[in-house]
Design a protein around this ligand. Structure first.
Ligand code: MG
Length: 157
């Protein structure tokens, strides 16, 4: 068994799509990014890669590579899990916390869990997604951006 941690941030801008945990969320603000800017999936990929000490999302999927422009981050997650499997590991359980002032994520949490579990090929019971505001403090509190933290436990196949 091994454990990994991941962290990601994206800046907000008006009129861009907001995609978090594989779910498109209605919001006047969305993420500035080379990919679809899914901060939760990026933190999760880093946690999974960290668990097997295999670099980070930027080393596997460089953000200056045109192949990844606008890419659905679920594809990056699927490839990360495939990489894990090649190294002899499978997902044990994962836990993600998203820091965001608005909009409220609660109505989307179970959809995120189901979607992430489907992409990773694991049980929804092994996928936790939580959201918190930062009490209007810091860049997330001022709605200048969104942050996500993730931990992942992986197990030898
Ligand atoms: Mg990112």
């Amino acid at each position: 068994m091994r454990i990994g941690f991941g962290y990601d941030v994206h800046a907000f801008a008006e009129g861009l799509p907001l995609v978090i945990g594989g779910v498109r969320i209605d919001s006047p603000l969305g993420c500035v990014a080379h990919s679809d800017g899914d901060v939760a999936i990026h933190a999760l990929c880093d946690a999974l890669l960290g668990a097997i000490a295999s670099g980070d999302i930027g080393s596997h999927f460089p953000d200056n590579d045109p192949a990844y422009k606008g890419i659905d981050s679920k594809i990056l997650l699927a490839r990360t899990v495939a990489h894990l499997r090649e190294r002899g590991y499978k997902v044990g359980n994962v836990d993600i916390t998203i820091a965001l002032q608005a909009p409220k994520l609660r109505p989307h949490i179970d959809t995120m869990r189901a979607r992430l579990a489907e992409v990773m090929g694991c049980s929804v019971e092994d996928v936790s997604v939580k959201a918190t505001t930062t009490e209007k403090l810091g860049f997330t509190g001022r709605s200048e951006g969104v942050a996500a933290y993730a931990v992942a436990l992986v197990e030898r196949i």
